[in-house]
Design a protein around this ligand. Structure first.
Ligand SMILES: Nc1ncnc2c1ncn2[C@@H]1O[C@H](COP(=O)(O)OP(=O)(O)OP(=O)(O)O)[C@@H](O)[C@H]1O
Length: 574
């Protein structure tokens, strides 16, 4: 289902402010140190430029030694030049070192910022209510975690780079003001005018940035289901059509990149022409106003440095707005995720006792199904089959009992304590039909979330899940890699390992959601019998369509049209 809140907007002023504030908050004291390095780099650059004026003066007219150098140190022109050059060299060496520290410090800030953003998003996802997560598109999450965080990293790079350019521009402007105030003011006016003329680039970049977020999301959507989709389409002889759809998604990204690149080069070209005109004006005006050669040359050098800095600043701002759209997308997702109270935490264990479902209703969105006025008492250690037609409400019921969903009316208690009050999650083991496995060894898949689990416990769990022979056959036993999502195993093998994982956790409630559907009846019977023989025995809920599976449950409930009712039967599990 499409997430209704997933429409992407461009970077607004509020987002831009939030972005800068978030960056500053992440940077903290290290940010202040980095900014001190930025300022020091700019001042040293300025100092180098200030030294240029007497150096050029001495080079052009060695006989006219004088000015502040002569007043300061006395001596002849050669000594002045030597000293000035030595000073210039010293300043440039210190500046080079300073810039090295500055760039490392800024890179670290940028890196920490993006790592922090990703961690925040992951924790927002982990804490979000299940109903909200279920509504998020998979492609949206993947795109946020990968493409958007990458673009935010670029935005933070441009933010940092712009602050450097700004500091350098400010210093050079101050020097130019000292040397020739009128010309410096003219240059400032030219900069401001260029900024005003380029203002249109802002909203355009914001729009393009938002489109890029959408295009990346479409590409991620195509990429994430690529292999599964390719297999299904190849089976129907439509693999080329499928590949074509992927191509459309990637062309979407390329088109947006091209459009932005063109707009950037357009503004850069206009700015370059404008600055060339301004530079020519400065030289002509300087000659006309009778500025001395050293001052004129120094001004030319300064303006020659200011022009690329101005262009860099404008381009950085454009990139910031363009890539900042990903920050807007991240903020929107986090706002949605943190909108409501967090899901159950693992903080507090619930007391022993029955699970009581009392007049519980839950409806999925407008017009969606769910369960209505469900009441049910589940004793500790009970084994209950849950039957019913597809779409009848079985998954909704178990999601409510496991605490993933919160009843919209009615209440669920465990041992008399409301489920919402404390941590039920760690007491529940859930095994879905497609038994999710990580691309890792059998051991790490089974011990996932339980670092203390040992081989003896693993082998006991494997025995319960009828998987001892399966692991014994594997080339590296427990260290065998199962492939991406367990792709190197059959559906039934994945189910056995998933059941073993749930058993290892020694949970109070085990939910098997069609978790034995891919097994042959004999294996299923062995597993259910061994689960029933566990001591202490967990409460076991088995969602199943097969009559054979339900036939092994001492009690069966029927969920149809959202209504829950008992289905009397009396076949005890052996
Ligand atoms: N996230 C959701 N958003 C909207 N509607 C939903 C959502 N999840 C389930 N539904 C709807 O709620 C009803 C009950 O769904 P549920 O998944 O609980 O049925 P089920 O009995 O488990 O079905 P199946 O046997 O096919 O798995 C269905 O009409 C379904 O379309």
């Amino acid at each position: 289902m499409t997430d209704p809140g997933s429409r992407t907007r461009g970077l607004s002023r509020a987002d831009a402010r939030a972005f800068i504030q978030a960056f500053a908050a992440h940077a903290g004291r290290k940010g202040i140190a980095a900014m001190a390095l930025v300022a020091a780099g700019a001042v040293l650059e300025g100092l180098g430029l200030v030294l240029l004026v007497p150096i050029i003066g001495l080079v052009l007219a060695p006989t006219q030694a004088g000015g502040w150098v002569a007043t300061l140190i006395g001596g002849d022109a050669k000594a002045h030049l030597t000293l000035l050059l030595a000073g210039f060299l010293g300043v440039m060496i210190v500046r080079a070192l300073m810039l090295r520290w500055r760039d490392i410090a800024l890179f670290e800030l940028q890196n920490r910022f993006t790592l922090g953003l990703r961690s925040n998003l992951v924790s927002a996802l982990a804490e979000a209510r299940w109903e909200r997560l279920a509504r998020l598109e998979h492609a949206r999450v993947t795109s946020l975690l990968m493409a958007d965080i990458g673009r935010i990293s670029s935005a933070s790079h441009f933010l940092v780079q712009s602050s450097v350019s700004l500091a350098m521009l400010a210093i050079q402007l101050v020097i130019a003001l000292t040397l020739a105030p009128l010309f410096a003011l003219a240059a400032l006016a030219a900069l401001v005018l260029a900024g005003v003329l380029m203002r249109r680039a802002g909203p355009n970049s914001a729009l393009r940035g938002a489109r890029m977020v959408e295009a990346n999301r479409a590409l991620m959507g195509s990429a994430s289901g690529f292999l599964g989709g390719l297999k299904a389409s190849a089976a129907q002889g439509a693999s080329q059509r499928f590949a074509g759809e992927f191509d459309v998604a990637q062309r979407g990204v390329a088109t947006e990149q091209r459009r932005f690149m063109r707009s950037q080069t357009n503004t850069r070209t206009m700015l370059s022409i404008a600055t060339a005109l301004a530079a020519a004006g400065v030289v002509a005006g300087g000659v006309f106003a009778g500025l001395t050669a050293p001052v004129l040359i120094a001004l030319i050098v300064i303006f020659a440095r200011m022009a690329p800095l101005g262009i860099q600043l404008q381009q950085g701002a454009q990139q910031l707005v363009y890539n900042g759209a990903s920050y807007a997308a991240l903020r929107a997702a986090e706002d949605e995720l943190r909108h409501d109270v967090p899901m159950l935490t693992n903080a507090e264990a619930l007391p022993p006792g029955a699970i009581e479902v009392a007049s519980v209703s839950y409806h999925h969105g407008t017009g969606g199904g769910g369960v209505a006025d469900a009441s049910l008492r589940i004793e500790p250690g009970e084994i209950i089959g849950i039957a019913g037609p597809s779409g009848g409400g079985k998954t909704t019921l178990i999601d409510l009992v496991s605490g993933l969903l919160t009843p919209q009316s009615g209440a669920i208690t465990v041992g008399g304590v409301p489920l919402s009050r404390s941590g039920w999650g760690s007491a529940v083991g859930y095994v879905p039909q497609d038994g999710f496995l990580f691309h890792d060894s059998v051991r790490r898949n089974l011990c996932w979330g339980d670092p203390g689990c040992d081989d003896a416990a693993i082998h006991r769990a494997l025995a319960v899940a009828d998987a001892t022979a399966l692991v014994a056959r594997m080339p590296h036993g427990l260290d065998t890699i199962v492939g991406e999502r367990g792709a190197l195993l059959s559906g039934g093998e994945r189910q056995r390992l998933s059941i073993a994982r749930a058993v290892l956790g020694e949970r109070r409630l085990l939910i098997l959601d069609e978790a034995t559907a891919a097994l042959d009846p004999d294996s299923e019977a062995r597993i259910l019998n061994r689960l029933a023989a566990l001591s202490p025995r967990p409460t076991i809920l088995i969602v199943a369509h097969r009559a054979e599976t339900l036939g092994r449950c001492p009690r069966v409930i029927q969920v149809a049209d959202g209504r829950v009712r008992e289905k009397p039967r009396a076949v005890p599990v052996r």
